[in-house]
Design a binder for this molecule. Structure first.
Ligand SMILES: Nc1ncnc2c1ncn2[C@@H]1O[C@H](COP(=O)(O)OP(=O)(O)O)[C@@H](O)[C@H]1O
Length: 287
């Protein structure tokens, strides 16, 4: 059977996109410690006419900008999966699987996990989604390197890339204020940001996102949300991930969105920017 319909070459890897799967044998010189992976990407990642599938979007933005918050809200609204590679990494860490020790060292230094490992985790997640009949997605935290963006481009169409932006001092405060309820998994933020506008720049007001009383005593902090590690993550974002913005800008897929404040202020404006405000009104009316 002529299963192989496509061959995509990357600088250090070769990806074969078959009619039902993508197989990869990757041995990256940049990550020579990593074991080569064989993996399969699911049929829904193959190029389908956009009218036959749900949207395929990517959220970019620095650590702490709120990619997870806004991506998961949009996914609820659109009925599509929110796929956050950071969550996949944390699940792998919690599972104490074979990669856990290696991942913990990398993540707790604020560094990026190798492209091979992240693509392997993403492939498994997509396989599970495919088995459940998922269609469309918002990818959050992927792609984070040009190589990841090229790999993604080699296998599927991304309709839109939303680039969330916030000033760096606020990003740091937001990461340090981040808390997770160890029981229900809810995400909260204790940071209270109120910066006055000056020199023609607008002020920014982000009230804390406090947990309900029953979560209060169960709050935990991510091990990589310390000041030193967040600063390193911001540095690495600027070095490795900012070029991904240009990658999509040059393909005219990038929607820049400066967050004007906290969720109550930003959410309606984001919906407007995405032409989803009327859609949300209809959904709320139908609920
Ligand atoms: N696409 C990716 N490529 C490489 N490493 C990743 C990727 N996504 C997540 N990670 C790893 O998981 C960590 C946490 O990711 P994430 O939750 O997205 O954090 P952030 O708040 O920095 O955006 C990252 O610092 C990195 O080590």
């Amino acid at each position: 059977m002529a299963a192989i319909t496509r061959l995509v070459r990357h600088s250090s890897s070769i990806f074969y996109l078959g009619s039902r799967c993508l197989s990869s044998a990757v041995a990256s010189e940049a990550n020579s410690h990593a074991t080569p992976f064989n993996f399969h990407l699911k049929p829904h990642l193959q190029r389908k006419d956009p009218k036959d599938r749900n949207v395929q979007w990517v959220f970019l933005g620095c650590p702490g900008v709120g990619k997870g918050t806004y991506a998961s809200r949009l996914c609820n609204l659109l009925g599509i999966p929110h796929i956050a590679t950071g969550n996949l990494v944390r699940e792998e860490l919690a599972s104490s699987g074979p990669l856990a020790a290696q991942l913990s060292e990398i993540v707790n230094k604020g560094q990026l996990v190798s492209d091979e490992i992240i693509i392997s985790l993403l492939s498994k997640r997509l396989a599970a989604g495919e088995a459940k009949g998922e269609s469309g997605f918002i990818l959050d935290g992927f792609p984070r390197t040009i190589k990841q963006a090229e790999i993604l481009e080699g296998v599927t169409e991304i309709d839109l890339v939303v680039n969330l932006k916030l000033r760096e001092d606020v990003l740091l405060e937001k990461c340090l204020g981040r808390r997770i309820c160890s029981q229900c998994g809810g995400n909260f933020n204790l940071a209270s940001i109120n910066i006055k506008g000056e020199d023609g720049n607008p002020g920014i007001n982000m009230p804390p996102l406090l947990p309900p009383a029953h979560c209060m005593s169960k709050l935990i902090t991510r091990s990589d949300d310390t000041e030193t590690v967040v600063k390193e993550r911001l540095r690495i974002y600027n070095e490795m991930s900012q070029p991904v913005e240009e990658f999509y800008r040059s393909r005219e897929k990038l929607l820049e969105f400066d967050l004007p404040g906290g969720i109550p202020e930003s959410w309606p404006k984001l919906l407007q920017a995405l032409n989803l405000d009327e859609y949300e009104n209809k959904q709320s009316a139908a609920a």
